[in-house]
Design a binder for this molecule. Structure first.
Ligand code: ADP
Ligand code: ZN
Ligand code: ZN
Length: 816
């Protein structure tokens, strides 16, 4: 059969390319780009698919199926965003379905739900039916359809499938799989006087008189009158609570026609109700920076705002945001996930009130749909984690990426493995919007882009007010051996903590490992506490009394003795935040110590609770992982201690120097904001490490110059592009075979270095074996596409090879 119109659609599945369906005549006039439609796919399954093409070319070679129904009256996606999806899909080697999955909130991808219907050919001959079958058929005659859940309730039992199957066989009923929108607007019930009494005081007085025999109803009515005084809209739940009344009393008043209950849809999102404050006047240095930025805009689409910690970058963003709002535009403000629970949200809400909305992974599915709708309706400012790039902006004029160096902008799994910062810049280009990348420690990529003239740059070298950058010192642990207890603290650090606490100021201690000790070892036979599912040591968590694998989450009881040779006790190697916290209690038994890491910040409020406690002075010493480095602004921090710089510097990765430099500078930046100058102490056994020398001099430029020269010499980004391929399989031999085959093939087809295959440091995770191949590609046009095409061809050929087809190949472009 031929249709007059066809649609190309994306399904939320990892399928290559688009699928084409026919449009029944009844739907032709309503179909448009960006609406969702219901389509059949594989074995009678149904999906919601997104229309991204409309045409009249009948596809050849297969029988075209029809669109079943239309799910939206207005588009949920516009062509600009689809172009963005296409870019993500091709650059990051992900299918459009995978992009769709990442982009749309779960509740906009519909669920199939099966319903039962009475068969039209059933002759109404109820006589021979069993009691239960009769009940069901009767119910279906009265209402069009029932879900299985309805049937369970109707028959008041769990096991209903045997009956359903029997009735299906007898063709009494049939099944229909329907797509169901899971998003539900939140309904709130309100109470008010009925119209008769709202206008008529005399009538109301009579009511009061009539109620003297019903004191509970009277109390409820009085409570309502009081509430109405403050706010004419009175929530039912609030009223019942206030009046200590039951629904029974309320229902009685409703029956008497005195009160009525009405419903309204309400947003689930936090709204800011406080007063707005004006953005503080900018300091002269900030004003100058703004002028420079605005002078650069006509020539550069991206400006790097390289400002030291505490220079007030947020105020500069606020100034730019204000201007965009005035023009009716929209702003996307990206932040690392964790910073979104911090202070920045409340700071910007203070300036911009309800113009600000927030999007991050701790929102539930309903809340996400609500933000989506707000943005579609033109919400001016969106503060978001990396997934904010998918929101349906209409008038995007400015993209801000704060802490632009942060590696958490990169998505690891699942595909698309995109970098939120880079994706946001592409999105900005599609909309013709400007972009501002702010950081105290720019990535080498951003710097390189400045040097090649792609980005403009504006520098802010001074802190706001009379706050000075902290005084940074290295503590040479070879000369100042830590002693006492577990020997984590040098005397210099202990004295400095003492001094700071005495002066009534606060301390932050940074150790980028959580738990008590990263491993337990046997000093006799060399046994290590490894995870039984992964090739990695398990971390000892003392408080929870558990050994935990930080890769797969597997946990077991700590062993008292070596399971191999019986030697005891086992030796702890290294230390984590939990041990630092415990050790502090030995030296400072009186001090109030808090800990901020993955283990203490669980739950929706975990992180902000600790931030508030520290802000309010309820915590004097805060011990934490890199979480303490991210964009926090405290007034009374006198000292920052870095427990082990060596551990930061020793990371086996070409970015380790850059990352260590950034982390040290960022955590140091928490010290001495406002008034008196702060101090930073860095404990290390390698005080001569060049990175530490640059940190000491606060010389970002020297660091960057040396680092860039090294990257250039060894062909690393930003001078090349890295693509990491990870092959994963249950069987080590199989994954080895495929890795070798793939390497062999790519060496011939890719112009660039093809390194590997290697057995990675953690070679087995969740009992699956990993091998990696690294491509170092030139950044010239076309080279990446050529490499990805070769990868795609290999992956496709793998599908047809017996025994090898189940090896998974993960592709990570611009691995971070
Ligand atoms: P950065 O992000 O550059 O590290 P922040 O934006 O956190 O710096 O600013 C540091 C502190 O200075 C904050 O407490 C901020 O409120 C304050 N501040 C920044 N600019 C101004 C200004 N123009 N007037 C008053 N206070 C400011
Ligand atoms: Zn042993
Ligand atoms: Zn594990």
């Amino acid at each position: 059969m031929a249709y007059s119109r066809y649609v190309d659609v994306v399904l939320p599945l990892a399928l290559p390319g688009l699928l084409t369906y026919g449009v029944p005549d009844s739907l032709v006039s309503a179909i448009q780009f960006g609406v969702r439609v219901e389509v059949p796919f594989r074995k009678n399954k149904r999906y919601s698919a997104l229309v991204v093409g409309i045409h009249d070319r009948k596809p050849d070679g297969y029988k075209v199926k029809p669109v079943i129904g239309l799910l939206d009256r207005a588009p949920v996606l516009y062509p600009e965003h689809f172009r963005f999806w296409q870019w993500l899909s091709s650059y990051y080697f992900a299918s459009l379905g995978e992009v769709m999955n990442a982009a749309l909130p779960a509740h906009m991808k519909l669920d199939s739900e099966t319903t039962l219907h009475l068969s039209p050919i059933f002759s109404d001959d109820f006589d021979h039916l069993s009691d239960e079958a009769f009940q069901l058929a009767e119910a279906l005659r009265r209402q069009e359809h029932l879900t299985l859940e309805d049937v369970r309730k109707l028959l008041n039992k769990e096991r209903v499938m045997p009956l359903v199957h029997k009735m299906l066989d007898e063709k009494i009923i049939y099944l229909h799989t329907e797509l169901k929108e899971r998003y539900r607007p939140k309904q709130v019930s309100y109470v008010r006087l009925t119209g008769r009494y709202r206008q008529n005081q005399d009538a109301l007085n009579e009511v009061f008189d009539s109620l003297h025999a019903a004191p509970k109803q009277l109390a409820l009515l009085l409570a309502l009158m009081q509430e109405v005084h403050h706010d004419p809209e009175v929530r039912k739940a609030d009223l019942l609570r206030r009046a200590a009344a039951t629904s029974a009393s309320l229902n009685a008043l409703v029956k008497k026609g005195i009160l009525e209950v009405y419903h309204k849809h309400e947003s689930r999102l936090d709204t800011y109700t406080g007063d707005r404050v004006k953005v503080d006047p900018l300091t002269p240095a900030q004003q100058k920076a703004v002028q420079q930025i605005e002078r650069l805009w006509p020539e550069k689409d991206v400006v790097l705002l390289h400002g030291v910690t505490g220079s007030g970058k947020t105020h500069i963003y606020a100034d730019q945001i204000r201007k965009v709002i005035a023009q009716g535009g929209q702003v996307l403000y990206l932040l690392p996930e964790i910073a979104l629970t911090g202070q920045i949200v409340s700071r910007l809400r203070k300036f911009f009130g309800e113009d600000v909305t927030v999007y991050h992974s701790r929102l539930n599915n309903n809340e996400r749909v609500e933000v989506w709708k707000e943005v579609l309706a033109g919400k001016p400012v969106v503060l978001a984690a990396r997934s904010g790039v998918f929101l349906p902006f209409r008038r995007l004029q400015l993209v801000i990426v704060d802490e632009a160096h942060d590696r958490s902008f990169k998505q690891f799994d699942p595909a698309p493995r995109y970098n939120g910062r880079d994706a946001a810049l592409v999105l900005a280009r599609i909309f013709g919007a400007k972009a501002l990348l702010g950081t105290a420690t720019p990535s080498m990529e951003s710097l390189h882009n400045v040097e090649t003239g792609k980005y403009g740059v504006v520098r802010l070298e001074e802190r706001v007010g009379d706050s000075q950058l902290p005084d940074i010192e290295v503590v040479d642990l070879r000369k100042n051996r830590p002693a006492g207890g577990r020997a984590l603290f040098s005397k210099i650090l202990l004295d400095a903590i003492e001094e700071t606490l005495t002066a009534g100021r606060q301390v932050i201690l940074f150790q980028n490992r959580r738990g008590y000790a990263p491993s337990l070892n046997c000093t006799v036979c060399g046994w290590v506490s490894e995870c039984s599912h992964c090739d990695v040591a398990m971390t000892f968590h003392k408080k929870a009394r558990v050994m935990r694998c930080h890769y797969c989450g597997f946990a077991e009881e700590p062993r008292p003795a070596c399971p191999a040779c019986g030697n005891m006790p086992l030796k702890m190697l290294g230390f984590g935040t939990e041990q630092v916290e415990e050790e502090l209690k030995v030296f400072f038994p009186e001090a109030k110590v808090g800990r901020m890491d993955y283990d203490t910040t669980g739950g929706k409020q975990g992180f902000s609770r600790i931030v508030h406690a520290f802000d309010a002075g309820e915590i004097q010493i805060l011990v934490g992982t890199q979480m303490v480095t991210k964009g926090l602004d405290f007034d009374h921090v006198g000292l920052v201690g870095i427990m082990s710089a060596d551990q930061l510097l020793a990371f086996p990765d070409f970015r380790s120097a850059e990352r260590a430099f950034q982390q040290i500078i960022q955590v140091s930046g928490r010290a001495g904001r406002k008034k008196s100058r702060g101090k930073v102490l860095i404990q290390t056994y390698r005080p001569d490490h060049p990175v530490l020398k640059d940190v000491l001099r606060g010389d970002y430029d020297a660091f960057a110059r040396r680092e860039l020269a090294e990257r250039k010499a060894f062909h690393y980004p930003p001078f090349t592009r890295l693509v990491q391929l990870t092959l994963v399989h249950r069987n080590a031999t199989t994954v080895d075979t495929v890795a070798k085959l793939m390497h062999h093939r790519l060496v011939r087809q890719v112009s660039g270095e093809v390194l590997g295959p290697v057995v990675p440091a953690v070679a087995r995770i969740r009992n699956r074996y990993h091998r990696t191949i690294l491509l170092k590609l030139s950044r010239r046009k076309g080279i990446l596409t050529q490499a990805l095409d070769a990868i795609a061809a290999f992956v496709t050929s793998l599908k047809t090879q017996k025994g090898l087809s189940s090896v998974r190949v993960k592709v990570d472009v611009d691995v971070w």
